[in-house]
Write a protein that binds this ligand. Sequence first.
Ligand SMILES: O=C(O)CC1=NCN=C1
Ligand SMILES: [Zn+2]
Length: 417
Amino acid sequence: MYDTLIENIGQLILPAEGPLKGDAMKQLEVKENMAIAFEDGKVAWIGPNEEARKLKANERVDAMEKTVTPGLVDPHTHLVFGGSRENELALKQAGVPYLEILQQGGGILSTVEATRAESETHLYEKAKQTLEQMAAHGVTTLEAKSGYGLEREAELKQLRVVKRLNEESLLDLVSTFLGPHAIPPEYKGNEEAFLDDMIRLLPEISEEGLAEFTDIFCETGVFTIEQSRRFMKASQALGFQTKIHADEIDPLGGTELAVSMGAASADHLVAASDEGIDRLAEGDTVAVLLPGTTFYLGKDYYANARKMIDSGAAVALATDFNPGSCVTYNPQMIMSLAALKMKMTPEEIWNSVTVNAAHAIGRGDVAGCLSVGRKADVVLWDVPNYKYIPYHYAANHAKAVWKNGRKVWERRGARVF
Ligand SMILES: O=C(O)CC1=NCN=C1
Ligand SMILES: [Zn+2]
């Protein structure tokens, strides 16, 4: 007797084990007229729909010929923060560059002020509501960064919120320490001393189990290549895996640095050089692309996903959900931007929001794929096929979402008739 049986599935999407690089990203197993069963939180059976009729289950779900996929993985979010930055929209509309807003003490630094002032409980309650929205959009595993504290207590506060959310919610969260996210006003002109202070936090963060990854914003006016290298080396020496916000706005060469350091991922890469893209193909660093940020900042040049995939890199997609440069937690919108602005195919897109996204946060063995024995992290979409979501943008197509076999979201129809 299975716990749950989803039958009459029009298309069941089964990404291959990854990480998928280059041409392998073009492959996507799509099985028609299928069924899938869960037991004790795991996938227990996958088979043709006509065989499902003979099976017994406590809960039978009629997929009504719609599409079923693995739960989405969001490998790059700034989930925990205080305040909001809608007041910056007018500056952006007036064409004030992102880095200029930051230099003026706004941007990240205004979120830092709000986050330092917010209690851990309020940060938790706010992030909890966001988590519920993410699940409602099909996300079952996600990464969550600190980076709005820029000093010991506030950084630990954010990381403790992520740890508590991971322990208390049904979703799986992966924690990243992004202490070097910006230079706080009190360290202006004294970046090296600030970086020393952030490095000094690493042993405590490791001992308290507050993060698996570290991350640094390698960008003009923030941290240089050499400072990023120093921080990544110190992180790896203490057993952290590393990530880097690289080549988001200026081509500093963060992509090349990420590959040379064996980083788990290099994120943004809008300004990645041809050399950097070639290096991605050689290494295991996953290129995490964030087209929502490019869209939101009003840029007309997106990361060159086509060249990255065609050169043999492993590409993943993420929302970059944050209060200033990408205020969305809807990965489905990111899938549409990947299609419309980066010319990624539906097969590449689905691999980028499942298996490759899972590998970018060290969860390739437990998230992003569906097979017997794996977690029953599953989404039933109200769409006829896997190509439909990138095509129909800005909506939420999730009809039901299961995490470890437990239903965490079910869309109730509107009452307009
Ligand atoms: O602006 C923010 O709050 C998030 C961000 N960090 C680096 N790029 C964007
Ligand atoms: Zn980011």
